[in-house]
Ligand binder design. Structure first.
Ligand code: DGL
Length: 252
């Protein structure tokens, strides 16, 4: 089926989902749009996040015919997925923090859910917590999106920021850390140094990508031959951001 698969995030975070999608669906054509000029979204009010997301998707769709859209941002999913699904006539796949698998694997220790202020305060997340939130502690990843947007994903600055956020929560025995923001998987090496190797670290890239494949199959829209491609776009439209996007896409 003709048309690209659109990926959207407030910035470079959604590339952690895009890289999984490229692995799973190598013959598809992807176009990624990061609203880096307005990142971070997670500290903004819900109404503003909705308006920014709608604007960004509109300008993306004005230039590229899309056959599906992935909102590769937990914050924008919570604020805008319902509205976009009602407005668009293509399938829209959103993100959800991997609290359900964390809950299923839990063996008595706590689950730390690390996400933006906005994600943790939106209704969608409260409903998820009602179902799977037993033993879960919500922690805001203050400053982490800003670090990744600057390309700082490991080293002392990244580790210090994670220590400030996680040292106190980690005093309680912990089974897993759920990464509820698509920027955070890029900090995995720094996070391992801060949290150690025994704690399970979960993100939603794999689950979201498999959901995308299912949805495309249901719509008879899977592309199963020819070569794939990735187009990277940013509202900042500067070389530095596009270079960072390419660097993060190449990280495994
Ligand atoms: N990647 C976005 C998310 O998954 C980050 C939000 C932000 O810009 O603060 O929540």
């Amino acid at each position: 089926m003709e048309g690209k698969i659109g990926f959207f995030d407030s910035g470079v975070g959604g590339i952690s989902v895009l890289r999984e999608a490229v692995r799973l669906l190598p013959q598809e054509q992807f176009v990624y749009y990061g609203d880096n000029a307005n990142a971070p979204y997670g500290i903004k009010p819900e109404r503003e996040i909705l308006a920014l997301t709608q604007n960004a998707i509109q300008s993306l769709m004005a230039n590229y015919p899309l056959k599906a859209l992935v909102i590769a941002c937990n914050t924008a999913t919570s604020a805008a997925a319902k509205t976009l699904r009602a407005q668009l006539d293509i399938p829209v796949v959103g993100m959800e923090p991997a609290l359900k698998p964390a809950h299923e694997h839990r063996s008595g220790g706590q689950i730390i859910v690390l996400a933006t202020h906005a994600t943790l305060h939106q209704e969608k997340f409260h409903l998820l917590m009602e179902k799977y939130g037993e033993g879960a502690l919500c922690v805001e990843g203050t400053g982490l999106v800003e670090l990744v947007e600057q390309g700082i994903v490991e080293g002392p600055q990244a580790e210090n920021a994670l220590h400030r956020i996680l040292d106190k929560p980690l005093l309680t025995p912990t089974d897993s850390i759920v990464l509820g923001c698509t920027h955070y998987p890029f900090l995995i090496n720094a996070l391992r140094r801060v949290a150690g190797n025994k704690i399970e670290i979960l993100d939603s890239a794999d689950g979201t990508t498999r959901q995308l494949k299912r949805v495309l199959a249901q719509h008879h829209a899977l592309k199963c031959d020819g070569s794939g491609s990735v187009t990277l776009l940013s509202s900042k439209n500067d070389d530095q951001t596009l270079r960072l996007m390419r660097r993060l896409l190449a990280l495994s």
